[in-house]
Ligand binder design. Sequence first.
Ligand SMILES: Nc1ncnc2c1ncn2[C@@H]1O[C@H](COP(=O)(O)OP(=O)(O)OP(=O)(O)O)[C@@H](O)[C@H]1O
Ligand SMILES: [Mg+2]
Length: 150
Amino acid sequence: MILKSLDHLNLISKKVADNLSESDCIFLLGEIGVGKTTFTRNIINYLQKKKNVEITDVLSPTFNLLYEYKIKKFKIMHYDLYRIQEEKEINNLGILSEENNTIKIIEWPNLIKGSFKSRLEIYLDYTKNENEREIKFIGLGKWKNFKYEL
Ligand SMILES: Nc1ncnc2c1ncn2[C@@H]1O[C@H](COP(=O)(O)OP(=O)(O)OP(=O)(O)O)[C@@H](O)[C@H]1O
Ligand SMILES: [Mg+2]
């Protein structure tokens, strides 16, 4: 599906956010600067607003590897694994541990592919037009029948 603008990305991110529940996992895939963090920011800010908690900055966890957001009883963990070289560093991050009420959104999940049985994979691609993107979804487990429309 083609997203003509940031507004379209925002609409899709809300649709994903409304389907998120306990222990969900989202993989965000696509080249540098394509919009993975922007998508995550939309989700987090939308849920903060919906749940009446303070709207915060959502920065790229490129250097920190992880930022956490508490939204009422939920926690969102936003990872960026771009800089991770070895799988043992993944273990140190605790990314694969099961935690209740925790939603994981993971940029550059290449090293942990196959780790979550239930997950939504979102692929973003550039197009010829500057503010346009192509988006694709692959849903596994509970996300198998996820429908996305603008
Ligand atoms: N339709 C669109 N969807 C997403 N981002 C867009 C769109 N149009 C323009 N942009 C811009 O593209 C940039 C995407 O940057 P972002 O940091 O989200 O990318 P990223 O995929 O997280 O990069 P990285 O791999 O470095 O983490 C932002 O500046 C955003 O405003
Ligand atoms: Mg990013």
